[in-house]
Design a protein around this ligand. Sequence first.
Ligand code: SF4
Ligand code: SF4
Length: 731
Amino acid sequence: MGSVQIVTTILAAAITAVAVWLAVRAVSKMVAVIRLGQPDPTRSGDRARRTRTMLAETAGHTRMLRWSVVGAAHWFVMVGFVVLSLLVLEAYFEVVSPTGGLPLVGGWTLYGLVTELIGILGVIGIGVLIAIRLANRPNRAGRRSRFTGSTMWQGYFVEAVVLAVLVMGFLIRGFKVATDHFEYPTWATPLSHAVGALLPAWESGVSVAALVKISISMTWVIVISLNVTMGVAWHRFLAFPNIFFKRKPGGAGSGLGALRPMMSDGKPLDFEEADPEKDQFGVAQVEQFTWKGLLDFSTCTECGRCQSQCPAWNTGKPLSPKLLVLSLRDHAYAKAPYLLAGGGKDLTGEEKATVAQLAHVDVLALAEAEKPLVGDAEAGGVIDPDVLWSCTTCGACVEQCPVDIEHVDHIVDMRRYQVLIESSFPSEAGVMLRNLENKGNPWGAPQNTREDWTKGLEFEVPRVGEVSDFEYLFWVGCAGAFEDRAKKTTRAVATLLNEAGVSFAILGEGETCSGDPARRIGNEFVFQMLAQQNVETLNEAFEGREKAKRKIVATCPHCFNTLGNEYGQLGGEFEVVHHTQLLAHLVSAGRLTPVQPVDGGVTYHDPCYLGRHNRVFTPPREVLGSAIEGGLTEMPRNSERSFCCGAGGARMWMEERIGKRINVDRVEEAMSTGARTVAVGCPFCSTMLTDGVNGKGAGEQVEVVDVASVLLRSVKPAGVGGAEESAPVAG
Ligand code: SF4
Ligand code: SF4
């Protein structure tokens, strides 16, 4: 070993020792913070499936690749990182000896070839990511940049390190080529040989370059260890457990569809016995999120994909799902020293720690602990109420997140505490909640008018009880029963079912609100009350039937989601379909025949709770395809990336005071297609988009109408049974 190698070896060992010590300390701290969260025993079942999903999403980049260029570039960088780790390990042999290399595999030409290729593709990949970050930097694109609010220096730092380490790898190889210590053939390692041709035959160049490479890598370890909230770096490790422990073990859509039940100490809360002084009602302190919630916050990469799709953010509201997650993460880690010292408030608001326990806690951590989780700027809150109440629960953030963060669950958990304990929510929604409690529907309409929509139809609509051998229970929903526009859809669906010879029955006055708006606003108590009543009614209606024969068809995606995905939590197991699914089936089976194509151009707006939350994208398009002339004209944002109408998450019953109206934004997009008909599959979307069209003064030119009504116009062009359909038909 020469004198240069003695120095490089000592320096490499020293910086590595410091880095490892800091990394161990950082990992211990992160584990301790995540363990502060509440228990969640639902996260570890079906390990084989979880492992498969984790491998598919990480190694296969199944979610990232939906953003094709970024996804492909990121894949090469990820693979490059794994290979880089081997090359960094190899550098430890090279600081000791210029001829050193990895034992065993180091001598294989295949190893030389693979590392060369990955190195080249890694340089290209990181170059693309750097270019994308620069092109989208917030000071150029402002709010439109998905990086607005991200900690930019961290992104640049991580990318620069990756690039530098890759370049150093080729320099080391180049010096080996120049000094004739390189064992791989030129065909397998062309770039290394090309670099070698430019370098001097400096024997110690290999060891010095290896030291630089180790130093850069260990500096990265030191920097991220000193910044445990640096998600852009830590996600390389945390993405694996975060994906493994996601709510639904398989595939896409975890954190969509059903909401988590309200949990206290790892168990669903039973409202008959619940006591707010003993049981946790929602989340009022950051440590009241589950450990998975805290793992979610730690894993955020700050990529901003969620932000770029969020309807609230895109219409100038203060909510960005990314910034919400970052605020919760920074607050959790800043408060952690206080919590780890034994601090925290019990459910009555009393401090748990003794004065002695808190004596050595940093004042900044003590100050952080005093911040309310939800509160305005004056109160020093972590999450502003305007942020919390701007969410439509559309799920675009959850859908886009590459590391499967479950934003909607966290938002609703915070809403639950605000509503149930603080009674703090937008006042205009109070009327809706009172109506739900007193009248069983958000409009406060008399229950005995639930069947008024059947008046004037040319056939009898049977009620459950009058008939028992019905195939489908037609769940009408509150909008479908009381709201004029939605009543047309209800009548159209009933007419089509009757036309196709489907035997169905309604609950009529036995139906009450599914509870969706109560649950999404955070009033779990009212949701449970309504849902239990409905589950009881439905179980009675289907008495003696196995689950496969307990079939329900719903026209409202919110009811469809709640009945199909959430009533199981209360003992109600049903086979629920959306009317567009059933109609698509009836058309393809030849039981409904469109005869007159509807013209004028049709576009389709995917309702969030039908599309993203339940992945029903194709059936409505099939129905429309069968009934319209020419193809469907898609909006730029469609299917998984559809843009919300603004009504979900109980936003339908709240004023939209900040920014541009979401429905107007969506209507502008729909109108830009030139279509005269905007087809929808949800009564709330119908209301929001119709209001938007009217607001633009385009009510005469553009019509918003349900998919069922479009089909009815084509199946029965002259209109039927008082369905009030005046169809623009071809010819
Ligand atoms: S659910 Fe929708 S509105 Fe709410 S934060 Fe996510 S993207 Fe934004
Ligand atoms: S998409 Fe996920 S990882 Fe990316 S910023 Fe949003 S929450 Fe963080």
